[in-house]
Design a protein around this ligand. Structure first.
Ligand SMILES: Nc1ncnc2c1ncn2[C@@H]1O[C@H](COP(=O)(O)OP(=O)(O)OP(=O)(O)O)[C@@H](O)[C@H]1O
Ligand SMILES: [Mg+2]
Length: 271
């Protein structure tokens, strides 16, 4: 059985709108998975059900054998950590250190262990220089890293990042890549929602596509980004290099620049 499973899950908001409709997905330990899709597709609502922030109105979410209906969000977040799409919905302390230490402290860890977790996650997220700062004095992009650090500090098996790439510059994206890789290498499952297709191509193999409150594809990135039917349904563009290869009529379902140069080399060698 998978570590995390959504089984025929739907979610209806109190106003009657069904934001998630009959969704199935499952994740193993140590996986890195991207979830993509247009605004309003149902991505955030789906992942909020993975750590119990929302409970499905139909179907079941199973985390390490627990049905989320039977547990509190506090209990489930020991296993599945969720970094909010908007950091301002998550931050509630007046200094970065307190914000990050809140989670591990609540887990009942020893003061030494709490400090170790705080420092390790602050370092990974690049927020060590700001530990004494008020998070609200930091720019949005850095506040996002503060919220990432506070979730990592809880050392949960699954970490969900909701739009971590939004508003980040190249240096921050590099830090994010390194962070995802480090967590993965530690055996953690990392689920990332993003609108940044290039980031997906560079960091993930498995991609889940949502459109109109449903999952319309769950496959390897190469299958997804060369399936024009899926891309059209989800109103997604191909990665830059795929578009270029396509217009040059170079086959091989290319996603990355190295693949394109390799193909071109072989093509010119034949001439
Ligand atoms: N509290 C709410 N009450 C009613 N409808 C809501 C509520 N929150 C979200 N929705 C609606 O549910 C749908 C799915 O929202 P959700 O936030 O899950 O989408 P998303 O895929 O994460 O979008 P985005 O890319 O913009 O973050 C949207 O149409 C949204 O307007
Ligand atoms: Mg969202």
């Amino acid at each position: 059985m998978s570590f995390l499973t959504l089984k025929d899950v739907s979610f209806q908001y109190p106003n009657g709108f069904k934001a998630v409709n009959q969704v199935n997905m499952s994740f193993e330990r140590g996986e890195a998975v991207a979830i993509i899709g247009q605004n309003g597709a149902g991505k955030t609502t789906t992942v909020k059900m993975m750590n119990g922030l929302q409970k499905p109105t139909e179907g079941d979410v199973l985390v390490d054998g627990w049905n989320t209906k039977d547990y509190t969000t506090a209990q489930i977040s020991r296993k599945v950590g969720y970094v909010f799409q908007n950091p301002d919905d998550q931050i509630f302390h007046n200094d970065v250190y307190s914000e990050i230490e809140f989670g591990p402290k609540n887990l009942g860890l020893s003061p030494e262990q709490v400090e170790e977790n705080v420092m390790k996650s602050a370092e990974l997220a690049g927020v060590v220089p700001f530990l004494k700062e008020n998070p609200y004095n930091l720019p949005y992009s850095m506040r996002k890293f503060v919220t990432i650090a506070s979730v990592i500090a809880m050392n949960s098996s699954v970490i969900i990042l909701d739009e971590p790439t939004a508003g980040q510059d190249l240096k921050a994206l590099e830090r994010l890549s390194n962070l995802i890789k480090t967590l993965n290498d530690e055996g953690k499952t990392v689920i990332t929602i993003t609108h940044d297709i290039e980031f997906v191509v560079h960091h993930f193999e498995r991609v889940i596509v949502m459109a109109n409150q449903q999952v319309i594809a769950d496959a390897n990135k190469r299958e997804i980004f060369w399936d024009f039917d899926i891309l059209e349904k989800a109103m997604l563009k191909q990665p830059h290099i795929s578009r270029l290869s396509n217009s040059l009529k170079i086959d091989g379902d290319i996603l990355e620049i190295t693949e394109l140069t390799e193909r071109l080399k072989r093509k010119t060698a034949k001439v």
